[in-house]
Design a protein around this ligand. Structure first.
Ligand code: AOF
Ligand code: ZN
Length: 364
């Protein structure tokens, strides 16, 4: 017979199988076990569809009576798009519920566990909690702040450059790293670049994976609406494109864009697009995760707004030199090394011939 942790790890794997398709909902997995036998399994696959517990209960049928449920997230207690899972577990006679983490959704936040306990169900919490929190880092941020979880992804040479002095930048990393980036695009609700990147590279910002993937909403930061009307992101129709600008933008250009069904948001009359306002707006639009693919000015704007939740940096073993060659984060920068932004929970991974370093900035 397996231990609590092993069943929970299985439930976490089931949950993670739906990565990139549950937004704005969390990924959740559930395993039902009775007398050492797995009698039901389920995962939440899509917002609006059945929750993990319901899927597992359906599979188990009458065998759920007296079983132990392993759930990666506290069973819900509220009527959302679907009825409460806590009620379903109680009705099916589940005896014990093992929970990895409480639901940070203020509508639930402990009420699911309380409901189960009141009904006489044994509840055990905190099994594989750290793993569960990592799995749902996006959901936790979105449901508690109303803003998207922001990942800044960069790719640079060993000497820290994102392009040569002449602006040439294809490609810095190898194929494996580039494939990973397309996977990241698939997993995010939206992708963001600055207009300078559009002007320099005319990117599509789509997910090119075989056998296919979901395209994120394309967000362009463009203070004065310099975007060319024939840019790929405006003409290819592959995914929605939203432009964030300011009151300094030309009204006629704005109308032209809106005529092409491009959404244009103004963040006010500040000198630059206000990152804070941009994030609040994206959150209102149910964008729970945002992948920032730079340029150096945009990355630096996010840094100065302290608006980065995660950094994923690919470092390619190449040298291009050049004191004017751009680096991942531009702007004036921080004066004292003692004030550098440190990352925590850092991981180092070899991807093809490149090194991937990821971590979570500590904002003091
Ligand atoms: C669970 N099991 O599998 C999931 C839960 O609108 P709804 O009905 O889909 O509810 C969404 C909320 O339910 C979501 O914000 C989170 O609090 C919880 N998600 N809960 O017991 C699941 N996906
Ligand atoms: Zn539920």
């Amino acid at each position: 017979m397996m231990e609590h942790r092993e069943y929970m790890e299985l439930a976490l794997k089931l949950a993670a199988a739906a990565r990139g398709q549950t937004s704005p909902n969390p990924m959740v997995g559930c395993v039902l076990v009775k007398n050492g036998e797995v009698v039901g399994m389920g995962a939440h696959l899509r917002a609006g569809e059945a929750h993990a517990e319901v899927q597992a209960l359906r599979m188990a049928g009458t065998k759920a009576k007296g079983a132990t449920a392993y759930v990666t997230l506290e069973p819900c207690s509220h009527y959302g798009r679907t009825p409460p899972c806590a009620d379903a577990l109680i009705e099916h006679g589940v005896q014990t519920v093992v929970v990895a983490m409480l639901d940070p959704n203020p509508l639930v936040a402990g009420r699911g566990v309380a409901k189960l306990k009141e009904a006489g169900v044994n509840v055990l919490t905190g099994i594989c909690e750290a793993e569960a929190k990592r799995l749902n880092e996006v959901f936790i941020t979105f449901i508690t702040t109303g803003r998207p979880f922001v990942t800044v992804k960069t790719a640079m040479t060993l000497d820290g450059k994102v392009a040569t002095y002449s602006g040439s930048s294809r490609w810095i990393t190898g194929e494996e790293a580039r494939r990973e980036v397309h996977r990241m695009r698939h997993e995010h609700d939206a992708i963001l670049v600055g207009v300078n990147t559009v002007l320099a590279d005319n990117p599509q910002l789509t997910t090119r994976l075989s056998p296919g993937g979901k395209n994120p909403i394309r967000v362009i930061v463009d203070t004065t609406l310099r975007i060319p009307m024939d840019a790929n992101v405006l003409t290819d129709g592959q995914a929605p494109t939203w432009i964030f600008t300011t009151e300094h933008a030309d009204r006629t250009k704005r109308a032209q864009l809106e005529e092409k069904r491009i959404r244009v948001f103004s963040t006010g009359d500040g000198p630059k697009v206000d990152i804070d306002c941009l994030l609040a707006t994206l959150g209102e639009q149910q964008v729970s995760s945002l992948l920032v693919e730079g340029g150096s000015q945009i990355n630096s704007a996010f840094l100065h707004a302290r608006a980065i939740n995660k950094v994923v940096a690919y470092v390619a073993p190449k040298l291009v030199a050049g004191q004017n060659a751009p680096t991942p984060f531009g702007g004036l920068g921080i004066e004292e090394m003692a004030d550098a932004i440190s990352l925590m929970d850092v991981s180092f991974e070899k991807v093809g011939n490149d090194m991937k370093i990821s971590g979570y900035p500590v904002w003091r």
